[in-house]
Design a protein around this ligand. Structure first.
Ligand SMILES: [Zn+2]
Ligand SMILES: [Zn+2]
Ligand SMILES: [Zn+2]
Length: 167
């Protein structure tokens, strides 16, 4: 398998439909190989998370799913999100209490995120070096990690450029 290229910030005007289709295809393949069920509600929640590259909160997901008069209960959304997280299809951003789709759920990874404070666009980063460095400083202190959160806030290249023009 060719090595996936490092994801960069998507152009704000990019055609997003293929990103979404690819993510859903991957999810379906992954569930097929692991024998998990991508039920209708899990699929719809995943689709909603993938509506953009911006994190979305559980209540916004609920509102979108119920916008045509649906009556899906919050607990159903939470359960679906739990399934999606357990299977690496979405990540939770602790600093925002929101969710983002994972673009490479097919392999285990500890994730870090770059979050644009201007447009909300978020990109997942994966660095073995960073993870190894953290793991060894943690081990040296005999610490047992529950959760690891690496979230960096700042400006994406597009917003950064706009800011430069504005000055
Ligand atoms: Zn996209
Ligand atoms: Zn991921
Ligand atoms: Zn931005």
């Amino acid at each position: 398998m060719p090595k996936a290229k490092a994801p960069t910030f998507p152009d704000p005007d990019h055609d997003h439909a293929p990103c979404r289709t690819e993510a859903l295809d991957k999810a379906e393949r992954l569930c097929r190989t692991t024998g998990k069920k991508l039920t209708n509600i899990r699929r719809r929640v995943l689709e909603t998370v993938w509506e953009s590259h911006r994190p979305i909160g559980a209540y916004d997901i609920l509102a979108k799913l119920n916008q045509d008069g649906g009556r899906t209960a919050p607990i159903i959304i939470y359960r679906a999100l739990e399934f999606l997280m357990d299977n690496g299809l979405v990540h939770r951003l602790a600093s925002l209490n929101a969710f983002i789709g994972c673009s490479h759920p097919e392999h285990d990874h500890a994730a870090g995120f770059l979050i644009c404070k201007e447009c909300g666009s978020t990109v997942e980063i994966e660095s073995k070096k960073l993870n190894d460095a953290l793991a060894s400083s943690v081990a040296a202190r005999g610490f047992a990690v529950d959760t690891q959160v690496v979230e960096l806030r700042g400006l994406c290249p597009h917003c950064n450029r706009q800011r430069a023009y504005a000055q």
